[in-house]
Structure formats: C-alpha cells, structure tokens
Design a protein around this ligand. Structure first.
Ligand SMILES: Nc1ncnc2c1ncn2[C@@H]1O[C@H](COP(=O)(O)OP(=O)(O)OP(=O)(O)O)[C@@H](O)[C@H]1O
Length: 286
C-alpha cells in the first residue's frame, strides 16, 4: 500500500507551482511536508487529493493510476482551509455526511475529541471560531477510516492546548492503526517528535527528503570567532548552510555530522528540524 508520485508538474500562470516532484508515501509512516510560503505545499496536497489536475507526471496508488480512481481516492482525505460540508449545518451533520461518503466514521472518538476541545456535535460550523473550525476539521479527518490523512496547516489559528490535543490524537489514531499521515505546517518544532520522515519543497521542487533519525548527520550549528570557524570549515571540507553574526562571534550552520572533538573556542550544537530547515532554505554562503 503506497502512493508513488513521479515527475509531477503543475503550472499556474505560466510558472510551475510543482516542478517535476517525485516522492513516495509508504504505509504506516508519518511524514512532514515543509516549505517556505509559496513553495508549493498546498498545490502538492491538492494534487494528491485530486482537487487539482496535474499538467503532467504520474501518481499511482498501489500501482494503479490515482486520478479518476474512485476507490483509490476514497482512501485519501485532505483536511485544509476548505470545509466541503454545509457551513450552516451542525458539526454532527457533517460527521454523518462524512460517514455516508467514507463509511466507518469513529463516532466515539469524535465525541471524545470534541469534548476535549470543549465543543459538541450540536454546534453549527458557522458559529465556531477559526481555531475551533480547525479542531473540528482535524477531528473529522482523524475519525475517518482512510489510509492516507493529509493535513494542510490544520493547526493554523489553534491555541497551544488545542494543538497539543491534535498532536496527541494523531499519535493515538496512529497507534490504533498505522496508516500514512502527510502533515504540512510551519510550526515545525511542535510536529518534529511525531515524524519519521520529512520532505522539503522549495520553489515547487522537492529539494530534500530524509529520515528524522538522520537529522544529526545532516548538519549542526557551530559558534566561534569567524577566522576559527572558517578554518574548521575549510580544513574539514564542510558546506556552510547559514551564517549569523553575533557581535564578535559567528554562528554557522554546517553540513555533515557533528565532530566528537573540536578545537578550543569552538562550540557545536545539534540542529533541530526547524533550524536545519531555516539553514537550508534561507542559507547564505560565508
Ligand atoms: N490558483 C492559483 N492561481 C495562480 N497561482 C497559484 C494558485 N495557487 C497557487 N499558486 C501559486 O503557486 C505557488 C505555490 O503555492 P502554494 O499555495 O502551493 O504554496 P504553499 O507552499 O502552500 O504556501 P503557504 O505556505 O504560503 O501556504 C505560489 O507561487 C502561488 O502563488
């Protein structure tokens, strides 16, 4: 059970929003999808969920073409800024519609989640705040029996306690059934502990994909006097990912694994996902 994407291409106004992207979504993996504003994340998620049509490229689900494949598409659910149900209807009515469309809606879990969010099925969607709407969308998505759950900025506008609940329920539903999650968010540090693998998209191209457990081997942060830092980088053949001046010192994101020993005066620290992302997508050379 996997989704295989090959050379996916989508143009808006003569500019590629998705530029020959290839990626694999394997079963039972929680993926993060990251990129700067306008990088192409929403477009990519909409292509996978068949809400947009690609100009070229191939998407297969279990070896079968994905577009116009009703049973295949019914296994994918994208929760994003849209609400495909009645805005005037009650939350419970949306759940019934989703049950009719996808089957197997976990009503018990939905009740529990709504209770934790301080909401109920009786609330009209239109009466909810922006954050509450996102909480309802996350609830609906996590309670469906689909094999692929795609989240596009689902925690946008949700308060810290609500975001914690969403992360907790992603993990809980994952423990109950190891399906595939593709989570796109700008709040990288919060989502990092959930992820097994990250995809980074930049200007429509998939520029990096790595397992989170490999992050410590990809880069680290080095602090010291500029000449000492430069000497280390040159003599070790490292690449500079980013550079920040801190008065007389410089903090440099450096490629490759963190050395076990460093010359006196240099301080190395691991990069977390967000720091690595910023270093590799905003980097300037020394
Ligand atoms: N309907 C559209 N018409 C024209 N251009 C579009 C359309 N949708 C997206 N784009 C363009 O495609 C590119 C990718 O947009 P997309 O919304 O996928 O980015 P994103 O990574 O989701 O950004 P953000 O993090 O800001 O939500 C951008 O340059 C955007 O301006």
């Amino acid at each position: 059970m996997s989704i295989t994407i090959t050379n996916l291409y989508k143009i808006f106004d003569k500019r590629p929003a998705i530029d020959r992207v290839s990626m694999e979504l394997d079963p039972g993996i929680i993926y993060g999808l990251f990129g700067r504003n306008g990088a192409g994340k929403t477009t990519l998620l909409n292509l996978i969920a068949n809400r947009l049509k690609a100009d070229s490229g191939m998407m297969l689900i279990d070896g079968q073409p994905l577009s116009e494949n009703g049973p295949g598409l019914a296994r994918i659910y994208l929760a994003d800024s849209s609400w495909p149900y009645s805005s005037w209807g009650r939350v419970g009515q949306a759940f019934h519609t989703a049950e009719a469309l996808y089957g197997g809606f976990d009503g018990e879990l939905a009740e529990q989640m709504l209770k934790d969010f301080g909401l109920s099925t009786e609330r009209r969607f239109s009466s909810l705040s922006q954050g509450q709407r996102q909480e309802v969308k996350a609830t609906l998505a996590l309670c469906l029996p689909v094999d692929y759950v795609l989240f596009d900025e689902i925690t946008s506008g949700v308060d810290a306690a609500g975001r914690e609940l969403i992360y907790r329920y992603i993990l809980r539903t994952y423990e109950q059934r190891e399906r595939t999650y593709l989570l796109s968010t700008h709040i990288m540090n919060e989502i990092e502990p959930l992820l097994a693998r990250a995809y980074i998209i930049d200007h429509g191209s998939m520029v990096q994909s790595f397992d989170l457990e490999d992050l410590p081997h990809l880069g680290f942060s080095l602090l010291g006097k500029p000449e000492q830092v430069e000497l280390f980088i040159k003599s070790n053949g490292r690449r500079v990912l980013s550079r920040t001046s801190l008065g007389q010192l410089v903090q440099v994101g450096v490629s490759g694994p963190m050395p076990e020993e460093l010359p006196a005066g240099l301080l190395a620290q691991p990069l977390d996902l967000q720091s690595y992302f910023v270093a590799t997508t905003e980097g300037e050379q020394l």
